[in-house]
Write a protein that binds this ligand. Structure first.
Ligand code: 0L1
Ligand code: MG
Length: 263
């Protein structure tokens, strides 16, 4: 049974307040035990509308929980999607305030910038390849608003798949200029120490397949990934907590480096 619309609105306001105040809340299923994945997306839709009403521009979408490492780390068994807005974007070289978040973590991703709209139903990897203008290296800063970073799938979806900020690297590369988009290596480096290494196949076997999945999930929400939008295709490694003073970089084979520092 789906949630009454008044409850959807109430939960969206509850999550929004936690996001804006960086104040942790219990996962939603503690108070709404029957919350389903569809209910989680209904809350996320209402949350997105709150941000758009406040003047944010929809910048694109993200895949969440796409690697085995992430699913294992968070104890869930399927990917999710979330939205990203222009005001979540952090220019390289700008510092991110840890205090604006509950318990931020970083992960390295490949971001796809679209030249054409993607289908909303039956989108395939080939559709993504032909619609992509270029890819760039990215760091996603995720922040679950749930106490102790503990949640289940409906709750994390309602919390916009833990979206918080993202940093895009400068040099876009056309996909056909990359030797292999599925075996692209990356090292996540924090304060000079390599925290994790991985290859792009960690994201559902192919990050372009992940973008196709996002397009279909976004289509089921009644939205479309449009030309000009950016899609974060999913974390390649596990995510790592950050503290004030940390400097993090994602060093990608062929795509180059993207970095961010925390105060
Ligand atoms: O981008 C992600 O994979 C995050 C999805 C939500 C799960 C988490 O907060 O780790
Ligand atoms: Mg991510």
């Amino acid at each position: 049974m789906s949630l009454p619309s008044a409850t959807v609105r109430e939960l969206a306001d509850h999550v929004l307040r936690a996001q804006l105040d960086a104040a942790p809340i219990p996962m939603l299923t503690n108070s709404h035990g029957a919350l389903s994945v569809d209910d989680g997306y209904a809350v996320q839709n209402a949350l997105r509308q709150r941000y758009l009403d406040a003047g944010h521009r929809l910048f694109g979408w993200k895949a969440g929980l796409t690697s085995r490492a992430k699913m294992r780390q968070m104890g869930v068994d399927q990917p999710s999607v979330g939205f990203i807005t222009d005001r979540m974007s952090v220019p390289q070289g700008t510092a991110v305030r840890v205090a604006d978040h509950v318990h931020p973590r970083v992960e390295c991703e490949i971001a796809f910038v679209l030249a054409r709209d993607l289908p909303t139903d039956g989108c395939t990897t080939d559709d993504v390849l032909s619609a992509t203008a270029f890819v760039v290296p990215a760091i996603e800063i995720i922040d679950s608003r749930f106490e102790n970073f503990r949640f289940d799938l409906p709750s994390v979806i309602a919390d916009n798949s833990s979206s918080a900020r993202f940093v895009l690297g400068g040099n876009g590369r056309r996909l056909d200029s990359i030797s292999s988009r599925t075996t692209l290596g990356v090292a996540l480096v924090k304060n000079g120490e390599v925290m994790a290494t991985g290859a792009s196949a960690a994201v559902l076997g192919d990050p372009a397949a992940s973008v196709a999945l996002v397009a279909n999930l976004v289509g089921a929400l009644g939205c479309r990934i449009e030309a000009g939008m950016t899609v974060l295709s999913g974390g390649i490694t596990a995510a790592f907590a950050v503290q004030p003073g940390d400097v993090v970089s994602a060093r990608f084979q062929e795509l180059g480096v993207v970095d961010v520092r925390f105060t």
